[in-house]
Every structure is written in C-alpha cells, then in structure tokens.
Design a protein around this ligand. Structure first.
Ligand code: KIV
Ligand code: ZN
Length: 513
C-alpha cells in the first residue's frame, strides 16, 4: 500500500555501542562481527560499531566491522576532541561508507557539573570539532548529549553551529529517558523551525527507555519530521535500555497509513536477529516483549482463540510470519539426513557457511537422539546459539552425574576439562546442594575455586511439548564488578544449567585476560 507520500526513515543501529555497554551485554570480536553481518542482512542503514577510543578491543571491532560490511554505513562514536576523532577516523576509514559521530553535552546540568564549561565554550568546541571531523570524512553526525534537558533556544544554536561546520546529521538524544512523546514532537518541530540551515541536515533521534517511552518518543519524532531513528535490538542499552528497533519498525509498518513512513528493513529477519543477539549475550527476551517475546503472538484466552480461528484480524494486528516467526510445520527426526536438514534451513531463511552448516547438523543430530521430533522452534533455538565463542575455552563440560530426591539433599559429580599448557586436563569435582542444579554448580565451583557471584539464573522452555528444549541463562559477577552472561540449551535442564555456567566462566576468563 505504498504511496508517493511515503517518507523513508533511516535506521541507525547502536546495539554494538550503546547496547553493548550495558551490563551483561558485552560481546567479543567474533560475536560483534556476527551481529554486524546479521544487522546488514536485516537492512539497517547505519551501524554504530563502537566507541573506538574507549579500548583497543573496541577500536579493533570497529575497524573489522568497517572492513566487513558491504553497503551499510559504519560509524564510530567520538567525544568532541581531536584525539577521539582521530581514533574514530582510523577505525572507520576502510568502510565503504564511513561516518564519525561526534558528541558533546549541551544541557546546563552537564555543562556545569560534568564538563565545567560555559555555553559559549560548548558552542566553540562544537564548531571546531565538527569542522575537524569533516576534514577527515564527509559523513558527520553531531549529537548534543542530554538535548532533551537543554534550553531549546540554546539547543537550536548548538545544532546551527554543528551544521554550519559540516554536520549532515544532527542527533537529538533523550539521554536520560526523561521526555514524553508530546514534548519530543514539540522539540523536533521547534528545531525544524528555528535551526538555520536545518534543510542541509537530517534530524535524528536517540531515545532511552527510563520511563518506558523510548519507542513512543522515537515515533513521535518521526511524525514531527525526524529522518533517522537510533535504536537497538531487543532495546538493550544503558539502564532501562534504548528504543527497541523491532517495536519501532513494526509500528511504522503496521501503522503505515498513520506515519506515512517506511524503512529499508527486511522485517522477516527481525525475529532471527533478536534471537541471535539474545543467544550471543545470554540476555533473555522477556515473554511479553512486543514483537519478539514468546507470548507476542500467543492467544491464550478462549474468546481470543475462537476469534483468531475465524479470522486472524480479530486479535492480530501483524502476523508472526511478517517478523520471521515460521509456522511449526515440518518436523525432522533422528533419521532425517543432511539433505533434508539443509533444505529445511533454507526454507526457514537461513544461509549458513559450510562450516556453520556442518556444526548445526551435528547439533541437530545430537538433539534428534534425545527428542523424537525436532521442530522449527527447536532449530531456531539451536541456530540462535550457534554463534561460536571465538575465544579459547578455558573450561569444557565433559560429563556429570546428579542425584536428587525428596528425602536427601542433592549431590553431584562433574568432570570438567581445564585448559593446560599441553592440551587439557580433566578435573573432577563433587558438590551437594538444596537441589540438583545447586549441587551441580557447586561441583564446578569445587574445581574452579569460585571467585564470582551468581547474579541471576533463569530457565525457560523455548520449544513446545514434554521434551521441550530448556534454555538456561546465568549472569555472573566477579569481585572487580565485571558482569558476564552465559547460555545453555538442552533437553536436560541440568545439562543446560551446567553449559550456561561453563559458558559464562569462559567469558569471564576471556575478559580477565
Ligand atoms: O544517550 C546518549 O546521549 C548517547 C549519545 C552519545 C548519542 O548515547
Ligand atoms: Zn544513548
């Protein structure tokens, strides 16, 4: 139902920068590259690959993502200083479409208490640093941090200065997730009217979700004329997160006649992308999360089911297929061969490298030994976790025996492979606990000598039926405050728990190196 009045909204993804810097969401280089490739497939316009100056690892991941992507603009964040901008430039310069994203806070609160600067000094630094960045690359985005709490008249001057010095995108962040949709609409409308030269730049918005209004604020901004929206998959990000990409995309699509706007996103890749991120970070997607949560398309109430059976439109405003959730149709089993498996994945829209396909097939075979029927949901769960931990594994789970009963405390024995100078050594640990999982994790601790706390443990059935696959996500924190997540998937929930624990320990060991 396209019309000539449809505006094209650009999607700026900051999953790998603002999203990645939130607790438990950190990714290693291989995982970031995998996510970046998935985001390109999804069709985002810009990927903010990181904050290059923040660490050598961040620099390297921005650089490699810049070299990898074929059509997506790759941006690095930079504070408004020459050294930050130089580093950002070095990191993105090999990209087909490089962008430097310069930011400087503009609200009086930030100027007085963080930057110790006057408004005039802020304006001057904005002009000088945007001009400097422009001398290096053509595509310059400027953000006035905490814009939503900045005096509007001053904010207009800030953006005017940025545009006059070469910014082609001006970003309006609601850094602390403070404003309402109506205020956001009015602020963007005000800037459109009062910033001289605004026609030479695109207006972007960047909303945080502290009051649960990030997606609504982004959409209100689109109505007011914003041409770019910054967001993350699953809404991951600082504190309560960033605006959730899947919510914005599906709102624009489902309410196209209201927004008169479209994006370049292939919506049928949304579910896969969100699941992949969740599997890589180990941060689960809540069941009621719009668009991609397990209940997003579930109709429990009898009256709803009846209505949907008669006509889906009664209670369904978008279809699961439109976001890439496939029908649980063809079932594979123990005797399914490689050809059937490859065809099935193709039909589900997966294109895997030869190596990943071989690994996925081996995982499928293991699962088919335990489960009579392997469904689409099982395969989705397996493939979401197929992201390899591209780090040397310090620990591997070799085997376990657990016993529990209603009369005695549970006990466990776990064999753990531990990296050694000439290969790996097998260590055996035993543990007791209030329940089987507690005992099994204690048995691992007996081998490793635990120096972290278990911050969070979640378990859920990710597929249907009595022999459903159980997904366990754990979050560990060490004494230095580093937080990592780990994920495990198995029909046996004790096995899934141990895998998740070992996965998190390996991430912790990698971070500590
Ligand atoms: O929230 C924020 O203000 C930011 C900027 C750096 C764009 O993330
Ligand atoms: Zn932010």
């Amino acid at each position: 139902m396209m019309s000539e009045f449809m505006r094209r909204i650009k999607i700026f993804d900051t999953t790998l920068r603002d999203g990645e810097q939130s607790p438990g969401c950190s990714m290693n280089l291989g995982e970031k590259l995998e996510m970046a490739a998935q985001l390109e497939k999804l069709g985002v316009d810009v990927i903010e690959a990181g904050f290059a100056v923040s660490s050598p690892e961040d620099f390297e991941s921005v650089r490699q993502i810049a070299a990898l992507l074929k059509k997506t603009t790759v941006a690095s964040l930079a504070r408004a200083t020459k050294s930050d901008i130089d580093t950002a430039f070095d990191a993105v310069k090999e990209a087909k479409k490089p962008r430097i994203h310069v930011f400087l806070a503009s609200s009086d609160i930030h100027l007085q208490h963080k930057l110790h600067m006057t408004r005039e000094e802020m304006l001057q630094q904005t002009g000088e640093m945007v001009r400097y960045a422009k001398s290096l690359v053509q595509d310059i985005e400027f953000s006035a941090e905490d814009a939503s709490r900045t005096d509007w008249e001053f904010l207009a001057k800030v953006y005017e200065t940025a545009i006059a010095n070469g910014a082609n995108v001006i970003n309006v962040p609601d850094t602390v997730g403070y404003v309402t949709p109506q205020e956001m609409f009015e602020m963007i409308s005000y800037l459109k009217q009062h910033v001289k030269g605004i026609e030479q730049a695109e207006i972007s918005v960047h909303c945080h979700n502290d009051l649960g209004m990030a997606a609504a604020n982004s959409l209100a901004s689109v109505r007011a004329g914003a041409a770019q929206v910054e967001c993350t998959l699953n809404g991951i990000g600082e504190r309560a997160g960033n605006a959730s990409m899947e919510e914005i995309i599906m709102a624009l699509r489902t309410r196209q006649s209201y927004y008169h706007a479209e994006t370049g996103i292939d919506t049928t890749n949304i579910y896969k992308s969100c699941k992949k991120l969740s599997a890589i970070t180990g941060v689960p997607i809540g069941p009621t999360k719009p668009v991609v949560g397990a209940n997003a398309f579930a109709h429990e109430a009898g009256i709803h089911q009846h209505g949907v059976l008669n006509d889906r439109l009664t209670y369904e405003i978008m279809t699961p297929e439109s976001v890439g959730i496939s029908h649980n149709t063809m079932v594979l089993g123990k005797h399914s061969g490689r050809h059937a498996f490859d065809e099935k994945l193709k039909a589900m829209g997966y294109t895997l490298s030869k190596e990943d396909l071989a690994k996925a097939f081996a995982d499928f075979k293991k699962l088919a030994d335990l489960k009579k029927n392997v469904t689409d949901r099982d395969l989705e769960a397996l493939l979401a976790g197929a992201a390899k931990l591209e780090i040397e594994e310090v620990y591997t789970l070799e085997s376990y025996v657990v016993s529990s009963s209603s009369v005695n405390s549970a006990s466990a024995m776990v064999k753990l492979g531990v990296k050694a100078p000439d290969g790996k050594e097998i260590h055996e640990g035993t543990g007791v606990g209030a329940g089987p999982i507690n005992a099994a994790l204690s048995a691992i601790d007996a081998v490793t000598g635990r120096d972290y706390t278990l911050e969070n443990f979640s378990i859920q059935a990710v597929t249907e039926g009595d022999d459903a696959l159980g997904e366990v996500v754990v979050r560990l924190k060490n004494s230095g405050g580093t937080v990592v997540s780990g994920r495990g998937l198995d029909v046996d929930i004790i096995g899934a728990s141990l895998q998740a624990y070992v996965n998190a320990m390996n991430r912790m060991a990698y971070k500590a190196e």
